[in-house]
Design a protein around this ligand. Structure first.
Ligand code: ADP
Ligand code: MG
Length: 242
């Protein structure tokens, strides 16, 4: 008998999702029916060549875009068809995003960049009332990612690895349940990339943070609990080359 109580809970899932983009007259199919189920606390990597649709899939999972066909579910509840304001709210509270090129705001300090998700979430007044607590939380997160000594620096004064650490702290600011990472080491040398992977594995292990990471790099992908491969619009189990 299957012990359902011991079965880890499905956290986030895509079911039979299809997505095509329109290029002028042409329709460019990208995802042709993709299924993925990720359990709570799991660290899954999605490997695939450039242009295979990795970013597209990550955007669908994080509600940055909607599927043409299929469903995205959070704890078994469909979320991709919710009204815009509910999707905005979920995106802000449930998901954290990190990107290959960090997407930090250049005119803000590291500290201010990390605080931006809370400025967006709260009204000006409610942010102002709680700003001390928020700043404390930002400082703790920046300490945790190893940037406690760079609070007042601007992104241009940081190395690539430091910029990604700042972006990770920003992604964690709202206490997300799911971290979506799009080629997080893609712009870093291998040593710095390994440090970022250590940090992600650490966050996943310590905080029960579900992580879905896309990459084209096999040695990076292998560091997750499980790897799936996106090719020709579909997901398949990835088997390491002998
Ligand atoms: P990957 O992240 O694996 O490199 P993407 O998901 O970015 O792949 O892109 C998959 C395909 O979809 C590519 O051919 C890309 O050119 C196309 N594509 C992605 N985003 C758009 C868009 N907004 N408009 C038109 N085509 C797009
Ligand atoms: Mg991409």
């Amino acid at each position: 008998m299957v012990d359902t109580i011991m079965m880890p809970q499905t956290h986030i899932a895509a079911i039979a999702v299809e997505k095509a983009y329109r290029k002028g007259e042409h329709k460019v199919p990208v995802l042709l029916g993709v299924d993925i189920e990720v359990r709570r606390g799991e660290f899954v990597s999605i490997i695939g060549q450039s242009g295979s649709g990795k970013s597209t899939l990550l955007h669908l999972l994080g509600l940055l875009d909607g599927p043409d066909v299929g469903e995205v579910k959070l704890y078994g509840e469909r979320i991709d068809d919710l009204p815009q304001h509910s999707r905005d709210e979920l995106r802000n509270r449930v998901f954290g995003f990190i990107f290959q090129f960090y997407h930090l705001l250049p005119e803000l300090t590291v500290m201010e960049n990390v605080l931006t998700p809370l400025m967006i979430r709260h009204s000006a007044w409610s942010y102002w009332k709680s700003r001390k607590a928020f700043q404390e939380q930002a400082r703790e997160l920046l300490d945790r990612v190893g940037l406690g000594h760079r609070l007042g620096h601007k992104p241009t004064e940081l190395s690539g690895g430091e910029m990604q650490r700042a972006a990770i702290a920003r992604a964690l600011m709202g206490n997300p349940e799911v971290l979506l990472a799009d080629e997080p080491t893609g712009n870093l040398d291998s040593e710095t990339g390994a440090e970022i992977m250590d940090l992600l594995r650490n966050l996943n292990g310590r905080n029960d943070l579900t992580i879905i990471m896309v990459t084209h790099d096999e040695s990076i992908a292998q560091q997750a609990h499980r790897t799936v491969r996106l090719a020709e619009g579909r997901l398949e189990a990835w088997v390491e080359a002998a």
